[in-house]
Design a protein around this ligand. Structure first.
Ligand code: 3AM
Length: 174
């Protein structure tokens, strides 16, 4: 199974972001379906069922020892990365608890044999893939207040109609 941890916006927030994108951020690339919007916390890659079970227990134990509270994130910054060729939307600043959660989940993955996530953690929602150039500045600046009350472990599945993300476990932020 190809897995990653991510925060999931509510369907209403995802819809509002997709509507803003369609109106104000036209880009050359493949629009990510709103149902696939997520803020990756840590990418794990291929994980066996046995390791998945251990990983879920490790997350349970970590949260028992102290779970972060609901994360409030203001998405106000559109961005573009040329190497993965994506256009994204993210917060211009974010709570330290988010960095700590991403780091902790990465460490739990490493303890189960997954590769470490390299580089600085930068929360974002990918809006377009396959972009060869940054889109023009949006006509209306984005301003979305997200209240994120859970995160999940998703399985990335490649189907005939494209990729889909299926939650295999989820944890509440209190
Ligand atoms: O959050 P985004 O959409 O940027 O790019 C992939 C996506 O990130 C990333 O994991 C998320 C869910 O697929 N991803 C895919 N392969 C990866 C890899 N080998 C990866 N991240 C790091 N290393």
């Amino acid at each position: 199974m190809r897995l990653f941890f991510a925060l999931e916006p509510s369907p209403e927030d995802a819809r509002a972001i997709a509507e803003w994108r369609e109106r104000y951020l036209p880009a050359q690339g493949r629009a990510v379906p709103a149902a696939n919007f997520h803020i990756t916390l840590a990418f794990l890659g291929e994980v066996s069922q046995q390791r998945l079970d251990r990983l879920c227990s490790a997350v349970d134990n970590t949260l028992d020892a102290g779970a972060p509270s609901t994360l409030e994130l203001g998405l106000t910054e559109p961005g573009y990365w040329s190497k993965p060729r994506i256009c994204w939307l993210g917060p211009d600043r974010w709570p330290r608890e988010l960095d700590q959660l991403a780091h902790k989940l990465d460490q739990l993955g490493v303890a189960e044999g997954c590769k470490r996530n390299r580089g600085e953690y930068r929360p974002h929602i990918t809006l377009y893939r396959g972009c060869d150039a940054p889109p023009p500045a949006p006509i209306l600046a984005p301003d979305f207040e997200l209240s994120l009350d859970h995160f999940a472990l998703f399985e990335s599945r490649q189907g005939r109609t494209g990729v889909s993300y299926e939650p295999v476990a989820a944890w509440e932020l209190l």
